[in-house]
Design a protein around this ligand. Structure first.
Ligand code: AMP
Length: 415
């Protein structure tokens, strides 16, 4: 086990890291910080939750601290991210880590979906470090609000999603605006072929960091529960759980934007501080909801899978699958919102007769079963056969219901 000081960081950064609650470096930080400080390119496999943000933020800040500052402030480090939310979150993490540096580092956060003028105003006078989504960054370049010709350090954060989220030519345009001589740090959860191709073009003799997914000791424990309930009773059950379980902060996942608005509305009408969070909401509403949720002013955020990836809410104890996720991977992303960085968390899935088969598939993919529970007063009225125990062979084979499943269900309905 190493320490932040032993990684070669200046005391102001070590202090800030400790104040952020980081007692010691995570494995990806222990590997990436020294490599990046030595000036190497880095290619790291890192999931959200691994501590990857600080793994690039700390060496960037150290370099800005060490290097003679240019005046007027020119952008020397650029972090490209796939989404607005991630831009805001990464920017805030970096600001928190920079707060004790004797010479303040200006961190600009740039993303689309909001009006460009306030961002342009904020960029006046420059910013040494910029966290940006590529599209808006290019708009700002086109408006002469940003220059990228002094960027000495580039980070591609969640690079696999970045490739999915932006147009390839946008990314190529941004890269073409950067000086050829620079350091590149690339962090990604997966390495699809397109990303491998980009990495081999972009990176110069990178240090490869492959931290095993989650070291056993630090693996956050998500306690999973599966509660059987009729679909129509899910809202009263959720209300009951929120009111009786002492949950302070609950992220509830639903399948559609409509359901998100509708359920948030119902909860509010029962006096629960809840808000919807989905892609149709304005950026302002999304930012506000997230900020209030993080600040503890909102007890419940009712979200679509938009919130399942990337969003980091420290101390999010409970995630509820009101509607089940589409895939086992989405399930992993959803429950990954809780139990961040070693803290325990709780994931509760509502299972109704018609989602039981789908949940079995998720269980099969994730490699373990979750015991079914019922809650007094909310027991399903559907015939018990429809919640039949999983056959020894693991049950459902594919995502779609098999003929056998349909027959079984029809039999259970008495059809
Ligand atoms: P990330 O992978 O960057 O999204 O970070 C995931 C979470 O881990 C965030 O809540 C960070 O605040 C937290 N975190 C980052 N580094 C550490 C550390 N060294 N010790 C404990 N928590 C950390």
């Amino acid at each position: 086990m190493t320490t932040f000081a032993a990684l070669g960081l200046t005391p102001a950064l070590v202090r800030a890291a400790h104040e952020c609650g980081y007692a010691e470096p995570t494995p990806v930080q222990a590997a990436a910080v020294p490599a990046a400080l030595a000036g190497s390119d880095v290619l790291a496999t890192a999931q959200t939750g691994s501590g990857k943000t600080a793994a690039f933020a700390l060496p960037i800040l150290q370099r800005l601290h060490d290097d003679a500052r240019e005046a007027p402030k020119r952008t020397q480090a650029l972090v490209l991210v796939p989404t607005r939310e991630l831009a805001a979150q990464v920017g805030e993490s970096i600001r928190a880590l920079a707060r004790h540096l004797a010479e303040p580092v200006k961190v600009a956060i740039v993303f689309g979906g909001v009006s460009i003028n306030p961002q342009m105003m904020k960029l006046r006078g420059g910013a040494e470090l910029m966290v940006a989504t590529p599209g808006r960054l290019l708009d700002l370049v086109d408006q002469n609000a940003v220059r990228l010709d002094r960027v000495a350090l580039l980070v591609l954060d969640e690079a696999d999603r970045l490739l999915e989220a932006v147009f390839a030519d946008e990314l190529a345009r941004v890269l073409a605006l950067l000086p050829a001589r620079r350091q590149n740090l690339l962090f990604s959860a997966t390495f699809p072929p397109a990303l491998q191709a980009l990495a081999s073009r972009l990176l110069h003799e990178p240090v490869r960091i492959d931290v095993p997914q989650e070291p056993a000791a630090a693996r956050p424990v998500v306690e999973q529960h599966a509660v059987e309930v009729d679909a129509a009773k899910r809202t009263p059950l959720l209300r009951h759980l929120i009111q009786t379980s002492g949950w302070t902060r609950v992220l509830v996942f639903v399948a559609t934007r409509y359901a998100s608005d509708h359920l948030a509305d119902k909860l509010r009408r029962s006096g629960i501080a809840a808000a919807a969070f989905h892609a149709d909401a304005s950026q302002g509403a999304r930012t506000r909801a997230l900020a209030e949720f993080k600040a503890g002013q909102l007890q419940v955020l009712v979200a679509t899978d938009l919130a399942a990836r990337g969003i980091d809410i420290v101390q999010l104890p409970v995630v509820v699958n009101y509607d089940l996720p589409r895939s086992a991977l989405d399930h992993l992303h959803r429950i990954g919102r809780t139990a961040r960085a070693g803290a325990g968390g709780l994931a509760v899935s509502f299972i109704s007769a018609d989602s039981e088969a789908h949940f079995r598939l998720i269980e099969k993919r994730q490699g373990f079963r979750v015991a079914r529970e019922r809650i007094a007063g909310f027991e399903p009225a559907a015939p018990p056969e429809s919640f039949a125990p999983v056959p020894a062979n693991g049950g459902v084979k594919g995502k779609r219901k098999s003929k056998k499943d349909k027959l079984r269900e029809a039999a259970a309905r008495g059809g």
